[in-house]
Design a protein. Structure first.
Length: 309
């Protein structure tokens, strides 16, 4: 994985363009395929906009944004690539067709990794005659900015391919976790979904406004979660006794909270309430301005914590 000089990106929407920017920054040449007529212009513009952020975060390592090449078929894009990041739309049949097309043209040692967030490895393996070099490498959006990648295989996946994907992503500056058993939504999205479910419940039940629920996260536990995960934070929360003491001390209260958590449905009325709430929270800022604010805050947090882990 340390010797890879060329990667391929299949699908050049927001996720694929973000991967392209990161791979270029880390010194790779990148072969891109996307059938959209405007794909090349979109990717070049995205890379140009992302480049200052990559430089600010120290992720540009002998990178050249000009080393991106566009191809008119997925088969042509993967021919010389030792790592292929597939980011085509989240439609199973489309992905299966792409896998069947590229498989005869792959280098024997190449690893193909899918960015899929809602599909599972065993579903996508149906597109392969020999799926041993296929893994799932799910990023958090945007991949060039958020460190996490969830790496997943199963009993039909070579251990070498899983370990190789992990090593490649770490070379790209990513933080990887290995998902040991396939479940819908992997790990991070399930945690995110659990939190959002209760956030919706609190709004729908009139406990707090959308803005105040959001504020309760970013001004409270969100700051701690950016430093450490919940198990370690609770391990630190009860003093010398650690997590065992925390569970003894706060277990009954926690169980009571669990019993009272909601199970809301995204009905039309609930959706309307949420939309009205986020629009009020955004105020006069456009969607693009709000996204830019988010990215600036994330950049600042990453810069501030660099070297501390």
């Amino acid at each position: 994985m340390q010797d890879i000089e060329r990667a391929a990106v299949l699908g050049a929407g927001v996720i694929g363009a973000s991967w392209t920017a990161l791979f270029l920054a880390r010194g790779l040449s990148v072969a891109v395929y996307d059938p959209a007529p405007a794909a090349e212009d979109f990717v070049r513009d995205y890379v140009a906009q992302a480049w200052p952020t990559l430089e600010e975060l120290g992720l540009v390592d002998d990178g050249d944004p000009a080393r991106v090449y566009f191809h008119d078929s997925p088969a042509a894009a993967v021919k010389k690539a030792l790592f292929v990041q597939e980011s085509v739309p989240e439609q199973l049949e489309l992905k299966l067709a792409v896998f069947a097309e590229i498989e005869p043209h792959l280098l024997p040692e190449a690893i193909v990794s899918s960015s899929a967030s809602g599909l599972m490895v065993r579903e996508m393996q149906k597109g392969w005659r020999a799926p041993s070099r296929f893994v799932l490498g799910h990023p958090f959006n945007p991949p060039h900015l958020i460190p996490l990648v969830e790496v997943i295989g199963n009993e039909r996946t070579d251990e070498d391919a899983i370990a190789g994907a992990e090593a490649f992503y770490r070379r790209m500056g990513k933080v990887t976790i290995r998902v040991r058993r396939e479940v819908p939504g992997h790990v991070a999205n399930r945690l995110q979904a659990a939190l959002w479910r209760e956030a919706i419940h609190l709004v729908a039940e009139g406990v707090a406004s959308v803005e105040d629920v959001d504020k309760a996260i970013w001004a409270g536990p969100g700051l701690r979660w950016a430093a450490m995960g919940p198990h370690m934070l609770f391990h630190l929360a009860a003093g010398p006794g650690g997590l065992a003491e925390f569970c003894k001390r706060y277990g009954p209260s926690t169980s009571r909270w669990w019993a009272d958590l909601g199970r809301p449905e995204l009905t039309a009325d609930v959706i309307a309430t949420l939309v009205e709430g986020v629009m009020a929270e955004a105020g006069d800022k456009s969607l693009a301005e709000t996204a830019a604010q988010r990215d600036a805050l994330i950049r600042a947090m990453l810069a501030a914590t660099k070297g501390l882990r």
